[in-house]
Each structure stands twice: as C-alpha cells, then as structure tokens.
Design a protein around this ligand. Structure first.
Ligand SMILES: [Zn+2]
Length: 202
C-alpha cells in the first residue's frame, strides 16, 4: 500500500506525514492520508508517505530502526528534514487500555497516549528518534486510530490531520488544537514536561 504525494506551497513549515510504519497498519492509515488535499496546506510543504506492509516491530524497539521500513523512515526524515513530523498508526481495540494506561511510563518508559475522541489517540513519537534526530523545536506527533475504524473515528482522524496540515507554526498549532481539544493539549504538555523537562509539547 505504498502511497507518495508532495504538496508544495513555497516557504513555510516543512511537514512529513508517514503512515503504516509497521505491520499491516498502512491498510488503515492510507485511507486518511489520501484525504489530504492541496487546499489543506496553505503555506509551506507537506510530504505524504504510506509504507508497504512489513514485519511488526515496535518503534520503541531499537531493532525497528535497523529494519527495512525503519531505515526507510529514517531516510525520509533525513532527506526532507521536516519541522513537523507526524506518524500515523492504528491499534487493535483490545490494546486501548495498554496504550492509554496512566502507568505506561513506569512500565514502558513512555507516557500514555491521550484520547482526542472516538478512539483517536495522540502522543509523541518514539524517544529513539524524538531526542536523537529531531530538534527541540520540531513538532513530532503520533496519531493512532483503531484498525478497521468506524466512519466516526476516521472523520476525527482526518479532521485532525487537516488541522496539522494547515498549521503554520508550533504556536499556531497549539492555538488551533487547544480550541478543539483543550484538556488533551494540557495533558500532553504535562507529559512532555515529565519526559523532556523544558521540551515543548509533542
Ligand atoms: Zn503502530
């Protein structure tokens, strides 16, 4: 399910959205990525890439970044050097509790994902790349949706992707996201602080 598209509207934020980074997740994420249109990006650029099916290795596992798809992801980041990096995943509904578990940080070393609504979850990307490859000021977000999602979940997911595609800067994004999801933005800022100290959210 490889899909590749570049929207280039000149100077501004450089964005990279990658879906289906492991397992069969790309079958779900491609539906959302294909819905992003030229009009969603007013300025700057957006590179959209959906990966082919691959073996499932967690992005928290260092071996992932030695796998074929993991190396592909690193290549894309290295080539496009995005200011905004969005990773699209899907999860099996039975994993909802584990992903949003308040004690996830104690158990796995990463904060829990936060539900926006309709099972759509937001969090940071793997610490293996967040702190090593990206700058402090970059925006790095993981967006999770149930695999084989309901129409409602898919709508929430697509709408939030469009907010991301249209945001002109970190502050613009924080302002727009906080208007729709004030509690979730506040919680994500709290988690980011716990992980990164004075790191910005996401
Ligand atoms: Zn995933």
């Amino acid at each position: 399910m490889v899909f590749f598209k570049i929207i280039n509207h000149g100077n501004g934020l450089k964005r990279l959205f990658i879906g289906g980074v492991h397992g069969k997740e790309g079958i779900t994420t491609i539906k959302a990525l294909k819905s992003i249109s030229e009009e969603d990006v007013q300025e700057g650029s957006l590179v959209i890439y959906n990966c082919d099916e691959s073996k499932y290795i967690s992005t928290l596992n260092p071996l992932y970044y030695e796998s074929e798809t993991g190396l592909e992801v690193l290549d894309l980041i290295g080539h496009y050097k995005p200011d905004m990096y969005i990773e699209l995943h899907c999860y099996k509904s039975e994993n909802f509790q584990t992903l949003t578990d308040i004690n996830r940080k104690k158990k796995l070393g990463v904060p829990p994902l936060i539900e926006l609504e309709k099972g759509v979850l937001i969090g940071s990307v793997s610490p293996l790349i967040r702190t090593k490859i990206f700058d402090k000021d970059n925006i790095c977000i993981t967006l999770e949706i149930p695999c084989s999602p309901s129409d409602e979940s898919l709508e929430v997911y697509k709408d939030f992707l469009k907010v991301l595609a249209g945001a002109k800067s970190r502050s613009d994004l924080e302002k727009k996201a906080a208007m729709i999801y004030p509690d979730q933005v506040e919680t994500s800022q709290k988690y980011a602080w716990e992980i990164f100290g004075d790191y910005p959210p996401f």
